[in-house]
Ligand binder design. Structure first.
Ligand code: ASP
Length: 311
């Protein structure tokens, strides 16, 4: 009997965004660095799960790693708003009691996923926004970071490009670098976390799906855990992450079948992107309708990291 035959063999899945990710769009150096970053996030989460740690700890740790990596649109390397600032959205949820925490438009916390967890564990609320979220972060003693930490020349260029030839509301190059993680621990509990800077050039306090519980992030031990990435407005309208869990719980679909069905519905609405999922029964995987998605999964049996649609 291998370890994966046990009742609750641990699983972890991460994503680093979806979009027009093709070999000639991403250079070889960037591809190598991104694969290494996804592997590193999986390793950090795997170490926690192997030691019997919780899915909640694993997804937070994995997302923190990705937030700290400037390749992804979360924490360091987040996209700029229309005004040239950063407004960070994040959520975390655990499947046992469906406790959850989220922040929208936070501006100064180094790791927004940890702020979301503090909202879940240290406040009576589920979601805080803007200046109030920043104040709560300081009150909780979380590590603060200034604009110079979050900003990178590549994101500045993306904003400049968008402002000079804006022809749509979504990122001009259709590369969504939001990050997320879902996990199943050896106790049979699931958790999900998602973190993002949103979309380049967002304004008017726009909030996407990532911090909306049920849209971009959801976890329920009766079904599984889901984190989304893509054109957030469509994922909100679909209540996408919850929809996948509801299909598993009430229709008895596999998580893969549910995830495929829901990305198809998001596509019918006009949205692009994808999901990662784990199910209570140990399924771990993804669905996407974009050209590629930065993604990877790990279990006691090994690790897989992929980017392109043909992998
Ligand atoms: N879903 C995110 C949003 O709409 C963007 C992304 O996935 O990169 O804010």
């Amino acid at each position: 009997m291998t370890s994966s035959d046990q009742p609750h063999a641990w699983k972890i899945v991460v994503h680093g965004g979806a979009g027009i990710l093709e070999r000639d769009v991403i250079g070889a150096d960037q591809e190598r660095e991104i694969r290494a970053a996804l592997a590193n996030a999986l390793e950090v989460g795997s170490d926690i799960l192997t030691a019997g740690g919780s899915a909640l700890d694993a997804v937070e740790a994995a997302v923190k790693k990705l937030e700290d990596n400037a390749h992804f649109n979360a924490g360091r390397g987040s996209v700029f708003t229309y005004q040239g600032t950063t407004e960070l959205d994040a959520a975390i949820m655990e499947g046992r009691e469906r406790r959850s925490g989220a922040v929208a438009g936070a501006t100064a916390t180094r790791n927004p996923v940890s702020l979301a967890r503090a909202v879940m564990e240290k406040s009576p609320h589920v979601m805080l926004s803007g200046g109030g979220a920043d104040q709560f972060s300081r009150d909780q003693g979380l590590e603060q970071a200034g604009p110079e930490w979050f900003s990178t020349p590549a994101r500045r260029q993306a904003l400049d490009d968008m402002l000079s030839n804006r022809d749509g509301w979504f990122d001009v190059d259709m590369k969504y670098g939001t990050v997320g993680a879902v996990a199943l621990d050896t106790g049979g509990h699931v958790a999900a976390a998602t973190s993002t800077g949103g979309i380049t050039g967002k304004r008017w306090g726009r909030i996407g799906d990532s911090p909306i519980i049920g849209a971009g992030t959801y976890a329920d031990d009766r079904a599984g855990a889901v984190s989304a990435t893509g054109s957030g407005e469509y994922f909100i309208r679909e209540a996408a992450a919850h929809e996948i869990c509801a299909r598993v719980r009430m229709l008895g679909q596999t998580a893969k079948a549910a995830s495929d069905a829901v990305i198809a519905e998001v596509g019918e609405l006009g949205g692009t992107g994808g999901f990662i999922f784990v199910s209570r029964s140990g399924e771990a995987g993804w669905s996407f309708n974009s050209a590629g998605m930065y993604r990877g999964k790990a279990s006691a049996d090994g690790m897989v990291v992929q980017i392109f649609g043909d992998e």
